[in-house]
Design a protein around this ligand. Structure first.
Ligand code: KIV
Length: 266
């Protein structure tokens, strides 16, 4: 079994191998997706929406991310493990950014960190990667800017904004990121960015021309409440399975059918 490192991910673009990334928030799920063969597991700050029941990612703390990443790291043998830097763990100062990126590596077992980036944080990204920590940039729809955006909206529509994102992608590459997440942008713009940088792009709601794709595991498994975004493809309907199994358990307990002889000790 060959461990997937940041340089391996980077080289996959030149080798035209599509990169597959999913999120995970616990060791059991991490083990299953690692064994299934994903290339990268991301402890996303989507933790806030998906696990913590929050309306957005803004309240997620660095302590939440360290706790969760530590659990996920115990389930992973082969995949590359990336962790999100949550809101306000890198924005206030470069010192905060270095300290918190370092904590995700040292205390939680992450192998890279991901930052939602605009022009103001390119230097921060550069400083983190200079310490030897591999960094993933995230541009397009950046959920940590939900208040500023006024909702979750497709980004990069219109010539000026599209130009800005192409330039930003080049700046992120020049600052030393080893890959770039593109979220919720038009397919044609994602293709242009992918063709403009040498680092791999990993899309979510960015069409099929990126170098890889990422989905939130709960969306992929059909565990998320409806409506899910248009870019989600459900590969299972686990909400239905959980509901059906739980209703069957309730019925069995209430009727006395469970536990039976077979589930009882002599
Ligand atoms: O927080 C997250 O899960 C993410 C991915 C959706 C890319 O940033």
């Amino acid at each position: 079994m060959k461990k997937i490192t940041a340089p391996v991910i980077r080289s996959m673009k030149a080798e035209r191998q599509k990169i597959v990334m999913v999120t995970a928030y616990d060791a059991a799920t991490a083990r299953m997706v690692d064994e299934a063969g994903v290339d990268m597991v991301l402890v996303g700050d989507s933790l806030g929406n998906v696990v913590q029941g929050l309306p957005n990612t803004l309240p997620v703390t660095i302590e939440d991310m360290i706790y969760t990443t530590r659990m996920v790291s115990r389930g992973i043998s082969r995949a590359h493990l990336a962790a999100d830097m949550p809101f306000m763990s890198y924005q206030a100062s470069k010192e905060d950014a270095l300290r918190n990126a370092g904590r995700l590596i040292k205390e939680a077992g992450a192998e890279s960190v991901k930052l939602e980036i605009n022009e103001d944080y390119v230097e921060t990204l550069y400083s983190i990667q200079k310490t030897g920590i591999p960094v993933i940039g995230h541009i397009g729809l950046c959920p940590q800017s939900v208040l500023e955006m006024g909702g979750y909206k497709v980004q990069g529509r219109g010539g000026k904004e599209a130009r800005r994102l192409v330039n930003l992608a080049k700046m992120v590459e020049a600052a030393g990121a080893f890959s770039l997440v593109l979220e919720s942008i038009p397919r044609s713009l994602a293709r242009e960015i992918t063709n403009s940088v040498r680092i791999p792009t990993i899309g979510i709601g960015a069409g099929p021309d990126c170098d890889g794709q990422v989905l939130v595991i709960n969306d992929l498994l059909g565990l998320s409440p409806e409506p899910t975004p248009r870019f989600v493809k459900k590969y299972a309907e686990l909400r239905e399975v959980v509901g059906k199994s739980t209703r069957a358990f309730i019925e069995d307990v209430r009727s006395g059918a469970f536990p039976s002889e077979e589930h009882s000790y002599d």
